[in-house]
Design a protein around this ligand. Sequence first.
Ligand code: ZN
Length: 262
Amino acid sequence: MGLLDFKNTLQQVKKDLLDKPKKQLLGLKENGNNTLNFKKEIKAICIDPGHGDNFNGTIDPGTSIKVGDVMFLEKDMVLPVALKLKEKLELSGYQTIITRNGDVAKKQQRFTWRLEKAAKSDLLISLHMGYFADSSLRGIQVIYFSGIITSENLADNLKYGQKSNMSDFSVEKLARQSKNSKSLAESILDSVNVLPNLQRNSLKGESHNILRNFEGIASVIVEMGVIGNADDRSVLLNDFETLANEIAIGITTFINKYKDDE
Ligand SMILES: [Zn+2]
């Protein structure tokens, strides 16, 4: 699929999805900070297509690669998957929030605006693509919240006006979020077949800003293939509906497991 076709597909997917009546988020309870009353029911899911926001006056493209005359940008490649995933989760009866459905021109506090949008949801699914200098490397990687907050994390939080004292975090809640996030990541990894597992580290714990500052039950970053690899790009351009469907199945599998466990 050429870039023009890709753009047309993206326009059509956006049009189809945006024309539907928006579901209201009704009756959602706050997750609450620093509380030991853990929420047992998963109702709302936040889908976060990475990048595409105004960073220091320019739109952050994420990672990119030029092939011939075509420039592939991570921010655009992840969007059709995100919109399809939203549609599929809604068809399964979940409430969804998407952090962006195009570029976000308004200059906002980095990461914090995404977290504000995600604040009333139970799961955060951030969608990205990976980059490696070696273009033969390909595959999916799912990064889950490690539950570990370092002094560098606290300093970074201070910069963005987020919780910057260790005492503001509940250690028990962090452990629980990490356990649930790992389980969610495993379910997604198990159900995605359209992309192979990355040859190394297909499952990884991290404490990226949006993972550690999300107040809900579980948070993951899905690196949907490697942008430099032609086979992975083809999945994102041509098979994005299959990919979205497989990610949705992974999410619902986790939700059913979570219900049985609690
Ligand atoms: Zn990214």
